[in-house]
Design a protein around this ligand. Structure first.
Ligand code: SAM
Length: 301
């Protein structure tokens, strides 16, 4: 009984501390759903309820989200068209101690969305910046792709013009990570074809309408996906493409075999493998196994 009372008090103190954190002055970067309206955090709702003003990419879109959650707050537009002008107005309110929440139409602001310059300017003026994390199509697509997640490279939107797009893909080809792209539905088929030509037959995932009623996730290699999307009319909705890292290059052991044979005459097998792996920049384990198999062949002769 005593310990459950203690636990309750601890939880209340912790909640009070967190609530105070949600009400401090400063700029709040608030992530919102990418489709499913229920994908909003409790903290995001707390901050929206507590803030003085919401700067929204599109005030109509944000007004709908606020209505779903019964929140009524002053809204002001902050988007690519008015950012240069609005930024200084928002910064002066922030330096006076206002609590301003920045929202994009969907997902995490700043991720292929406006906000970076506002954050940079707020920090330069000594304004506190708080992140309220939540959904982002990039990470949602990555987690569903079934592709390696230990390293990934978010490449945002590719250029719309084919020449520029192919050059951007050439630059991404050697990146040794899973690649994440945003793409418009109109260009999905041609982008997949360019990816197949430039990135090769890697596995990939096309994630459409994530978290929405018509969510559709297609997995396959780039050749198959490119043909599939070329054969149908352009998909509807929002698209994120995730592409596997480059395949490990085939190791050409011809030179290594020759040098291993010579080195093994003068030194023990493991030392020869180590020497040749280092000299030719080959993986040590594979070179050692290669030396073992060469020795077995030599011994059998
Ligand atoms: N800031 C947002 C985020 O963190 O998710 C991304 C904004 S960016 C302007 C919009 C692009 O994100 C869309 O064109 C699409 O490529 C991708 N996207 C957004 N919502 C998506 C969804 N529900 N399913 C798949 N892709 C989505």
């Amino acid at each position: 009984m005593k310990s459950s009372e203690g636990g309750r008090k601890h939880a209340e103190r912790s909640l009070a501390r967190h609530n105070a954190q949600n009400e401090a002055a400063g700029l709040y970067i608030v992530a919102t759903p990418i489709g499913n309206a229920r994908d909003i955090t409790l903290r995001a709702l707390d901050v929206l309820n507590a803030c003085d003003l919401i700067a929204a990419e599109d005030t109509r879109v944000t007004a709908k989200l606020l209505a779903i959650h019964g929140i009524s707050k002053p809204l002001t537009p902050y988007n690519d068209h008015n950012a240069a002008r609005e930024r200084s107005r928002l910064i002066s309110r922030l330096t006076e101690g206002a609590r301003i929440a920045l929202l994009s139409d969907a997902g995490t602001p700043l991720i292929s969305d406006p906000g970076y310059k506002l954050v940079r300017e707020a920090l330069a003026q000594g304004v506190a910046v708080h992140a309220i994390p939540g959904p982002s199509a990039a990470l949602t697509g990555l987690t569903l792709a079934g592709l390696p997640t230990d390293r990934f490279y978010f490449a945002g939107f590719l250029p719309a013009k084919q020449g520029d797009r192919r050059r951007a893909l050439e630059a991404a080809r050697s990146v040794n990570s899973t690649l994440i792209f945003f793409e418009s539905p109109r260009r999905t088929a041609e982008t997949l074809a360019d990816m197949r030509d430039i990135l090769g037959e890697r596995n990939a995932t096309v994630a459409r309408e994530l978290t929405k009623i018509h969510e559709d996730v297609r997995r396959g290699n780039l050749g198959i996906l490119a043909s599939e999307f070329a054969a149908r009319s352009p998909p509807k909705g929002e698209i994120t493409i995730v592409v596997a890292p480059p395949l490990a290059p085939e190791i050409d052991f011809a030179k290594a075999d020759l040098l291993l044979q010579k080195a093994m005459i003068h030194m023990p097998l493991s030392a020869a493998a180590e020497l040749i792996a280092t000299a030719l920049d080959l993986p040590k384990r594979a070179t050692y196994e290669r030396a073992l198999s060469l020795k077995a062949t030599n011994d059998a002769r």
